[in-house]
Design a protein around this ligand. Sequence first.
Ligand code: 13P
Length: 224
Amino acid sequence: MDGGGKNIWIIANWKSNKTIQEALDWISAVGPKLEKRENLKVVICTTFTAIEEVKKAVMVGNYPLIVGSQDLSPFPEGAYTGEEPAIILKQFAELSIIGHSERRQNFGETDEMVSKKVKQALDNQITPLVCVQGKETQVPEGVKLIAYEPIFAIGTGNPDTPENANEIAENFKEKYGIEVLYGGSVTSKNVKDFVTMDNINGVLVVGASLDPEEFVRIVQNAIR
Ligand code: 13P
């Protein structure tokens, strides 16, 4: 693999897409095509509705897929209507996206809430993947994995340049000693340009992850 044996994370975030049946069809199309490699970590972040069925399908198929959520509650279990706490989610999720720009923009998520969610994740053995939108975004203590997701690049077909993403990743790496992913208009055509950058440990993919064939191509091109 390129990149001197570093971890390569390919993380799919379906956002608010896919019924349970569509999710299961995706798992059976993608699962058997994934190679098992020590330093390749392929993650699927489903809706809360689909997560249990997806987890079962991954276990039954013995696929090299890690199941994750797209968010979690900043609170523990208890009287918090509508929220999914880490202590319950950990039955299914090994990783959780936290602080995605859409949550910051549409749901008023603040750095303080991001920190609380990170604490809940860490207390319950869920890996927090914190999304940062630029060099200034705060990274809470204990976080080991972040994704740089510039807003102009999300869903626009206009990715950042690999060189700029690499420079931002280097900045975070030096400051916090963590792994950094890139997210924003990643496709099977450009994935290799990002993952071969010294300081980039993988990608966070949305639009191009919804189609199973394109997603398999992304994984294959990333490790070739
Ligand atoms: P797209 O892959 O659809 O551009 O979305 C990226 C994203 O939301 C990164 O967090």
